[in-house]
Design a protein. Structure first.
Lengths: 121, 108
């Protein structure tokens, strides 16, 4: 059975930092492209960052570029998101998710339950 | 990329069918970008319902079906059941990941 378990969320002051983790099991993590996606009550779902299976390709949403860093440890089946210079608008539930993509197909097949990040101003 | 437009709320009675729309533009949904649909019970992990516009993953009930016409993709749930009460959202990749605003389904 597939499991993605996020951790590391919490309450932090504006300008502070947090490091999110996502531990995977039940599938081939080391050959999977992984993502962080966040959900806010006001703006809905927003893709945050993606990392390819061997970390050779990394992408960020404009809203977090320069402040967040995605990384992974395939030996530990773990995905990370280092979040610096946090802002109130980063308050959201953060999900890790695996994406499957081909020449025409793109979708997320596995998601975690999410971890809540609250940034207080 | 602009977000995809979904109705905020949809409701139906047990046994009925409902359809949730996901409207984009001629540059995404209307230009053959592939749509996926997800079910999300709050506090749980979102679940893939439909991929590649109209395909169901193994284990997903055939009560869920996807379609697309013009700039609008649709998710139809037939034989509505109480456990279908959840949030539903659509997504596609068009130079970046784009999501719908989500639809809350209430089973009356």
């Amino acid at each position: 059975e597939v499991h993605l378990v996020e951790s590391g969320g919490g309450l932090v002051k504006s300008g502070g930092s947090l490091r999110l983790s996502c531990t995977a099991s039940g599938f081939s993590f080391s050959s999977s492209s992984m993502n962080w996606v966040r959900q806010t009550p006001g703006k809905g779902l927003e893709w945050v960052s993606s990392i390819s299976s061997r970390s050779s390709s990394i992408y960020y949403a404009d809203s977090v570029q320069g402040r967040f860093t995605i990384s992974r440890d395939n030996a530990k089946n773990s995905l990370f998101l280092q979040m610096n210079s946090l802002r109130a608008e980063d308050t959201a539930v953060y999900y890790c998710a695996r994406d499957l993509r081909g020449s025409e197909t793109y979708y997320y097949d596995y998601w975690g339950q999410g971890t809540l990040v609250t940034v207080s101003s | 990329q602009s977000a995809l437009t979904q109705p905020a709320f949809v409701s139906g009675s047990p046994g009925q069918s409902i359809t949730i729309s996901c409207t984009g533009s001629s540059s995404d949904v209307g230009s053959y970008k592939i749509v996926s649909w997800y079910q999300h019970h709050p506090g749980k992990a979102p679940k893939l319902l439909i991929y590649d516009d109209n395909n169901r993953p193994s284990g997903v009930s055939n009560r869920f079906s996807g379609s697309k016409s013009g700039n609008t993709a649709s998710l139809t749930i037939s034989g509505l059941q109480a456990e279908d009460e959840a949030d539903y959202f659509c997504s596609l990749y068009s130079g970046g990941w784009v999501f719908g605003g989500g639809t809350k389904l209430t089973v009356l």
